[in-house]
Write a protein of this length. Structure first.
Length: 204
């Protein structure tokens, strides 16, 4: 069975668990602590030189890093990834948006404000306003799109929604007020209502 190297509280790892659960893909979970630098040890670096989870390890030893690449791999040929050319490109558009304009601010604010040791946070405190400003800009882009569409790509629920759900649904942990984004809030409820949905805390 493929192994998902992961951290339970990570939104990036949650994306993969959520998609796997909804697709009925069985994975063995191998957990790493958030703060101990476990993914920076030689054993793990041999699997992913970038020292980060999630990492999918197949039975034949191949490894795949980057949450959205793993989502793409798991969902090929399933209802979570359209097969039409334009719609697939829309999926990628939103996943690249998530990685460049959303996750670096919303996930990072959540990590430092909700999980990092307080003395470490103090060294980063001056960055918080920029994380909030850029994260709110990303939420504004989502709000604009979701004011006119139910889903991000292809007119239906897909891995683009899963990629953006990962850190949007827990953005309050990083000091973001989702009440300012009613269309995003409504979309969060639609995503949570999809068949097979699991919360971030769920183990399996
Ligand atoms: N772009 C990557 C980001 C992965 C990432 O930042 N992983 C964090 C957990 S969310 C991690 O492994 N942190 C441990 C470390 O950097 O040492 C993805 O989407 O998978």
């Amino acid at each position: 069975m493929p192994v998902l190297h992961q951290m339970q509280v990570s939104g990036n790892c949650y994306k993969v668990r959520l998609a796997a659960c909804q697709l009925g893909v069985k994975l063995t979970l191998r957990d790493y602590g958030l703060l101990e630098g476990a993914t920076r040890q030689p054993d793990f670096l041999a699997k992913n030189p970038n020292g980060r989870v999630p990492l999918l390890e197949l039975d034949d030893g191949r490894t795949l890093a980057e949450s959205d690449a793993i989502l793409f791999y798991l969902s090929e040929g399933t209802r979570l990834l359209p097969d039409e050319r334009w719609q697939r490109a829309e999926v990628l558009q939103w996943m690249f948006f998530e990685q460049y304009s959303h996750e670096p601010y919303i996930a990072v604010a959540r990590f430092w404000l909700a999980f990092a040791p307080k003395q470490e946070l103090e060294k980063k405190r001056h960055l918080v306003p920029e994380w909030h400003s850029r994260g709110n800009a990303a939420l504004g882009v989502m709000q604009t799109h979701l004011s006119r569409h139910d889903w991000f790509a292809g007119g239906r629920y897909s891995i683009a929604d899963i990629a953006l759900y990962g850190y949007t649904h827990c953005a309050a942990d990083g000091g973001f007020d989702l009440g300012a984004y009613p269309a995003v809030d409504a979309w969060l409820r639609r995503v949570a209502g999809e068949p097979g949905h699991i919360p971030l805390e769920a183990t399996w």
